[in-house]
Design a protein around this ligand. Structure first.
Ligand code: CUK
Ligand code: CUA
Length: 641
């Protein structure tokens, strides 16, 4: 899908900038600093589509935002781990169970790393997975509806940072704990961390048909901090690689403690071996409390189930399950190239990048060339697994992506740049500054066997003067570079939602072909759905009242409700009878301790209203749905208890 370039319009736009007053001189100058055709390259004409979807994590916003590339236009914020009043996520009765955990209802999380499902090592556009760090969870977003349809809590984990990355056929979405904790959790002195606190790596299977997730097993690991991870692919399919720090196993990470060791590890986990051990009965069931929440698109409701045990494999007891690859200076990112041969460890306190060889790793394992077993797990010799070093590439390397043409791109947080280097020769071939202090970067399909190597998106931690000031808190931002030529070219800055940690990108047509446009009314199996106005009713059961309501342009039925009393619990179950694409209606009730509902055609949603005051109280449609939208309203009469 080649983007159509509208030269005339783009030039007119530039001309407009040039001809404006004094302030726009600055604007013009900034634009002028770029290559002359940067504007053309990101310009998507009105009515045209972008070439790529970019799913950008919202960090502390808890959500996942959907952008188009190359334009940088925001299309949607998909609510995942935080309540969202705009879409009633976590406010309506249907979705509240999605935010349930073993700690109760937890309507916030810190969303870091989205990853798109894959088939044969290629992104297939079926689902996006993303981790919640704080109360460890993995969510699945269905890309036919762009809605979160499953959230599974991760027990024996805290921080959940090395998550959520998928294997080559989405056999598993994998999560790793950041903090080591007592497993199982118990009351014990923090000072006794060493040897007692444990790490865990979680393998959540994904049903290839319906995408159903299941926490299949966990691997008990030494008490390190597990930072990031990536799957093997091609020859290394069946392995998973995790970067670690705090291999000193210190309970406090003041500088002195945490970085004593010159080298930490990348842990290489053989999950096919894990499956063999499970078949042989080597796993042990352990108590573990966690919630598994599923949203059903037919009933439009979520159910939350509490689980109480998990299958555990102990890495120190099962030979061949895990090996440790020494990696200098607190590795952060842990990235695997498209061939599956190279494992890049980005030591965040280093100027160099360490690249391990999967082939050499296998050879060293075969030859049993180990450097001790400090944690009950074989440690390989650094020199034996080393493929190469990118020397003095920059300061503070964090993350690496690949273009599928033999190049790698690494972000450097401290020196604030993206550095392009060659796999195999390890030479730096280009570098471009970032504004400022870049964290992750993303090439669409970059975490697969076949990246789409046209663009790289850098996600920055600091923006300072890049945008109009908005008080002390300014936006975070992303920057888009064209990488189709020898030299990277900065094309665009655009603001992002929350803190963009990681992103996942895919060619738009792969997702669009499965995009759902409408919920069919006849398929609506919501227990409180009504399919015609004739079936609407108000049913009282003690002090609980169920209002079976419908909405269609441009009225509610019923729209005058009497017989409600102060102290009642009134559930409004509202069905949108429309069957046209893009005709949602909303509803909100005065004084309701919840958000509005935004209901798609054919869908039913419910909110709870507990009237506190006698009177006649109005409700109205919150979405401008027709010329008579303003007439779409009603009254509820509330009498004394
Ligand atoms: S982390 Cu954000 S820059 Cu949570 Cu992926 Cu490395
Ligand atoms: Cu329905 Cu506005």
């Amino acid at each position: 899908m080649k983007k159509i370039i509208h030269l005339i319009t783009a030039f007119a736009f530039l001309g407009m900038l040039i001809s404006c007053g004094n302030n726009s001189q600055n604007i013009k100058k900034k634009q002028g600093a770029l290559g002359s055709n940067a504007a053309e390259k990101v310009y998507v004409a009105p009515g045209e589509y972008d070439e790529y979807y970019a799913f950008i994590s919202g960090g502390f916003s808890g959500q996942l935002s959907v952008y188009g590339l190359p334009s940088g236009r925001l299309f949607k914020v998909i609510p995942v781990f935080s309540q969202d009043a705009e879409k009633a996520w976590g406010y309506n009765e249907e979705t509240k169970p999605m935010l349930n955990t073993s700690h109760g209802f937890v309507p916030w999380d810190d969303a870091h790393h989205p990853d798109i499902s894959q088939t044969n090592g290629v992104v297939d556009g079926r689902w996006v997975f993303i981790n919640g760090n704080n109360t460890p969870r993995i969510a699945k977003i269905d890309l036919t509806t762009f809605e979160t349809t499953e959230i599974i809590e991760i027990p024996n984990s805290a921080g959940n940072h090395s998550s959520s990355f998928v294997t080559e056929n989405t056999e598993y979405v994998v999560a790793g704990t950041r903090f080591s904790v007592p497993i199982p959790q118990r009351d014990m002195p923090i000072k006794e961390y060493k040897g007692n606190f444990k790490g865990s790596l979680s393998f959540i299977s994904v049903d290839p048909e319906d995408g159903g997730m299941d926490l299949k097993f966990q691997i008990m690991m030494p008490g390190f901090d597990y930072d990031l991870a990536h799957p093997g692919r091609g020859a290394s399919h069946g392995w998973f690689f995790f970067s670690t720090y705090n291999t000193e196993e210190a309970s406090t990470l003041m500088e002195v403690n945490a970085s004593q060791n010159d080298k930490d590890f990348i842990a290489a986990v053989n999950w096919k071996k894990a499956e063999e051990y499970i078949k042989a009965g080597k796993g042990k069931m352990m108590p573990a409390k966690y919630a598994h929440n599923v949203y059903n698109e037919k009933t439009h409701t979520a159910t939350s189930t509490m689980k109480d045990e998990v299958l555990m494999l102990d890495a120190s007891e099962l030979p061949g399950l895990v090996y440790l690859l020494p990696t200098p200076k607190s590795p952060h990112g842990c990235d695997v190239d498209p061939s599956g041969e190279y494992i890049v460890g980005n030591g965040k306190l280093s100027a160099n990048l360490t690249i391990h060889s999967f082939t050499k790793m296998l050879a060293a394992i075969e030859a049993k060339k180990f450097d001790g077993e400090a944690y009950g797990i074989p440690i390989l010799k650094f020199e034996d697994v080393l493929a190469g070093v990118v020397d003095q590439a920059g300061l503070g390397p964090l993350h690496t992506e690949f273009d599928g043409k033999g190049n790698a791109y690494t972000t450097f947080f401290i020196s604030s740049e993206v550095v392009k280097w060659k796999l195999g020769t390890w030479e730096v071939v280009d570098r471009q500054p970032c504004y400022y202090s870049v964290g992750h970067l993303m090439i669409p399909g970059g975490n697969s066997r076949e990246p789409f190597g046209d663009y790289v998106l850098a996600m920055n931690k600091i923006t300072k003067d890049r945008y109009l000031p908005t008080g002390p808190e300014v936006t975070q931002s992303a920057q888009l570079y064209d990488i189709s030529g020898d030299k990277m070219e900065l094309l665009l800055d655009f603001p992002t939602i929350g803190e963009p940690h990681y992103a996942a990108g895919i060619r738009a047509d792969i997702v669009m072909k499965n995009s759902k446009k409408i919920y069919k009314l006849e398929e609506n199996e919501h227990p409180f759905a009504v399919k015609t106005e004739a079936d609407t009713k108000v049913v009282r059961d003690g002090n609980v009242v169920h209002v079976y309501m419908t909405m269609i342009r441009s009225h509610f039925a019923p729209d005058n409700i009497e017989g409600i009393k102060v102290g009642d619990k009134v559930y409004f179950h509202v069905t949108n009878l429309e069957q046209d694409y893009d005709v949602p209606h909303g509803i909100s009730m005065i004084g309701a301790n919840t958000s509005e509902l935004l209901i798609m055609p054919g869908q039913t949603e419910t909110f709870l209203w507990e009237p506190k005051q006698v009177g006649v109280w109005p409700f109205y449609c919150t979405d401008f749905c027709s010329a008579l939208h303003q007439e779409m309203q009603g009254y509820v009469r509330v009498s004394p208890a």
